[in-house]
Write a protein that binds this ligand. Sequence first.
Ligand code: MEV
Length: 336
Amino acid sequence: MPTQTDAVGRGQAHGKVILMGEHAVVYGEPAISIPFRPVNANVAVQAADEEDVLNCGYYHGPLRKSPHSLKGLTELISVVRQNESMPPFLSVDIASNIPPAYGLGSSAAVAAALVRALYDFYHRPLPRKHLLELMNIQETHAHGTPSGVDARTAISRCPLWYVRGCRPLEISLPRPLFLVVAASNSPGRTLDVIRRVHENSRHFVDYDTPITRLGEMTRQAVEAIDEGNYQELGRLMTQSHQELINLGVSTLHLNSLVKKALGVGALGAKLTGSGGGGSIVAIAADNEVQERIVHVLAEAEAIRIWATTVPANQRLGDIHMRIGKGTLNRRCRKVH
Ligand code: MEV
């Protein structure tokens, strides 16, 4: 029978894909995000002998000597354990197949998996609200002013409609959604890109800006999803890619991947996440088009490609929800 100090605490969380509304969500506009299960982070925590140790993809050694890029995680560990008396030292192993800085929610997933593993190790209950507060420590290091969409999606089982500061609504898809996600030839620089958008948006003087237009497209996109009109959803995704170009967050390779996907029949395609490098997401009408997109993106030198189907979910009942200007009837339910 393991004692508390030989026990291993374990935690897991998955990646995310933002279908609509990245960047605009930081400024109070809505986003639609999807849990991205093909990639995930797993963390194991156990007692260590002489000092705190961290093992992850690119660092193995004492926690106190870990690089600055891991500061969010080290701070998170110290906050969680400050009221714990035993054991004095921890060994933390992080295994993640989510490419960091590719817009797929690596930092949020690692933070969620780490907090879950620490709480499992200490046998403490972990309310969702507390988990989100702790994840926010790491997310603030990664994004500066996180909207919270990555954190919410990393711990959600359903696609989400998210507005900063509000409880997200789970979106139930009326039909399966065929996705292709592809990593471009360069990582994104999340913090730099977010700062640049912030700097540029100070110069927007009227009500019709890339940010407000992205918000409006996201509102239209959730209606298209509700109606099962994925053709319209795709059109809005492609249109929003153009606005993200206007915001200055795309790259030539991201644009070329979007164009290639559209060229073989994608219903829509756009960059996903903060951009400045990173990944694209495309949607397809069926498996056949999905395969064609995978093929053409491989030829266009995407460095990793995932094809996945987000299942339809008939479980949830219709509710009325208020978004923006109108009250829409759709398949959503509140998340607590
Ligand atoms: C990053 O995945 C999404 C952004 O909108 C930043 C955020 O929401 O915190 C760019």
